[in-house]
Design a binder for this molecule. Structure first.
Ligand SMILES: NC(=O)c1ccc[n+]([C@@H]2O[C@H](COP(=O)([O-])OP(=O)(O)OC[C@H]3O[C@@H](n4cnc5c(N)ncnc54)[C@H](OP(=O)(O)O)[C@@H]3O)[C@@H](O)[C@H]2O)c1
Length: 294
């Protein structure tokens, strides 16, 4: 995107990641935020016309159908939003000469491993949602300049503090009890760090491709909760549970740490998730969004 002109278009701009991306990229470039009300990404003709009229330097796709369990019964909708719409966006970006940033998920992997996944590892989706995200990755590559950023367990959005991570923080702060998986391993992703990495990839003109864009390190959900307890300095009752204790419609991968060395090699060193947690907790004291790097 070096030397490119035009604004940056953000679709799905009202989501937890979308809001952070709009604010963070807005400090570098003119940004045109488009919420679902402004542009439904499944309406292909509208997408093509909108992108052509704006002639952006980059299109950032923060829209997604993220209801992992509902997707089992709403496969068509999941594939429309997470797959087909990405193809439309990618082709519209290509026609406009714009870069495309698309966010994917750790769920493309089956979780049957014991070391952090790398970008070169083979995806093996285990649910409708996961399959729809993998298809979206393939379609994103229709844009010659594409960045597919796999994120995981997002947290810390401006006003949508409803993620699993955010709920654990809220429950720990309230003293618990907090049910936490002892056998699901994750690499949490602070939305502000993901947004900053997005901006850096675009401004440095990094090589297109897939990047694991998570905070450094990993932990079980129990480990995450213990760190929240430690940093908040509160006593909270944690109730350990195992994946097999919970019957959910969609399968969850068990071990899904992601290695972010490729991002680091591109010059973007993601802070440790514990560091991100500290900034997030400080922002809860100081007001929504204050955890951003400003
Ligand atoms: N959250 C996570 O932990 C996580 C983990 C892995 C990957 N991801 C990926 O990260 C990205 C951002 O996730 P997020 O947590 O920020 O999601 P989010 O908070 O649910 O935001 C998604 C946004 O997309 C909008 N949207 C849905 N369908 C749309 C459509 N047809 N046209 C336009 N906009 C539409 C939603 O609008 P409405 O609110 O009106 O539905 C919402 O504003 C997604 O690609 C997601 O798959 C997230």
């Amino acid at each position: 995107m070096v030397g490119a002109t035009g604004p940056v278009v953000v679709v799905g701009a009202a989501g937890q990641l979308g809001q952070a991306v709009v604010r963070t990229l807005g400090r570098r470039w003119p940004v045109t935020p488009l919420t679902r009300a402004d542009l439904d990404v499944t309406r292909a003709a509208d997408v093509r016309a909108t992108i052509a009229a704006i002639a952006p330097r980059a299109v950032i796709n923060c829209a997604g159908f993220n209801h992992v369990d509902r997707a089992e019964d709403e496969a068509s909708l999941a594939f429309e939003v997470n797959g087909i719409a990405v193809r439309t966006l990618a082709r519209a970006a290509a026609d406009a000469g714009a870069a495309l940033v698309h966010y994917s998920s750790d769920f493309v992997f089956d979780g049957e491993t014991d070391r952090p996944y790398r970008e070169t590892d083979r995806p093996q989706p285990q649910s409708v949602y996961a399959a729809s995200k993998l298809v979206g990755e393939w379609f994103a590559m229709d844009a010659p300049v594409h960045y597919v950023l796999r994120v995981e367990s997002l947290f810390g959005g401006v006003d949508k503090q409803s993620s699993s991570f955010d709920k654990i923080v809220g429950a720990v702060a309230a003293g618990g009890p907090v049910r936490v998986f002892v056998d699901r391993v994750v690499s949490p992703s602070y939305v502000w760090d993901v947004a900053e990495a997005t901006a850096r990839l675009l401004e440095t003109g990094a090589a297109p491709g897939i990047y694991h864009c998570v905070n450094s390190g990993h932990a079980t959900w129990q480990g995450v909760a213990e760190e929240v307890v430690r940093q908040l300095g509160v006593a909270a009752v944690l109730e350990p549970i195992r994946l097999e204790d919970v019957k959910l419609p969609a399968a969850r991968p068990r071990y899904c740490a992601l290695a972010n060395d490729k991002l680091k090699a591109a010059g973007i060193d993601m802070p440790a998730w514990q560091d991100a947690l500290g900034r997030y907790l400080a922002s809860r004291d100081g007001g929504a969004g204050a955890g951003a790097r400003d």
